[in-house]
Design a protein around this ligand. Sequence first.
Ligand SMILES: [Zn+2]
Length: 288
Amino acid sequence: MYRFYFVIILPECVQKYSFIETFILIKHSYMKQASTIKRAFSAMISLFMPRFCIVCGRELSYSEKGLCLYCLSGLPLTFFWDRIGNPAEQMFFGRVRIERCCSLFFYRGDYKKCLYSIKYEGNVRLGEYLGNILGRELSKMVNAGTMPYIDYLVPVPLHWRKKWKRGYNQSEYICKGILKGLCGDLPHGRHLNDKPQTTEICTKLIKRVKFTESQTTIMHDARWRNVENAFKINRNEVEKILSGKKTPHIVLVDDVLTTGATIEACAAQLLNAFPCRISIATLAFAGG
Ligand SMILES: [Zn+2]
């Protein structure tokens, strides 16, 4: 009876595998079937509800996410992760002390539409997807020793009125993507390169207390005054963080780096509040 049960489900297991191995094989076989069903379902949905590439407008296949493969391969990458003292880091020289600064792609041409879609059209999945690609590059930097181990990912906060109006903070979704990229798609807490992956997203550390105009609509020199005293540090979170590590390495995450005024204000507040090291990661680079 016992053997007969296995013959029906997985005939090849009877001769070769123990009970535990057979159980694992059955589980994998069902998981494989589940992923096939999921793919078939996605293909069916794309028949009735086609999705389009944000950049070129071509219809996406079910396996493409946000961008078509053509536009993804043409993404104007910055390669800042390969250069210490890259143009993004140079922007902060003499302004605020940071460890590293890294952006994924240059904010130019039709790729500007990606940021618009993430920020104003609720396309948070694209934010997560591009964040994931950035996370993989940050992971390489950490493994190569050119960036300290990342303890916390902190999204640049929105004022509650702006968040309420928009419904979400795009930087939080970019953080989620980065975290996935850092873990190499492993479930959180799994080991990567023999080191436990303990990076966390911390959304309560900084609060935006000043409602400011959109940074894109005001003049270059007025941006710093606009964000002055705009942020407040949450002392409870600081105590929680310091109980785990003495000088944590925090990566501030935003969608685009333009003049760096907002991120500079955030970093300065954090450095004044407690001993920490700050790096910056953004999807796009519009400075220089
Ligand atoms: Zn495209």
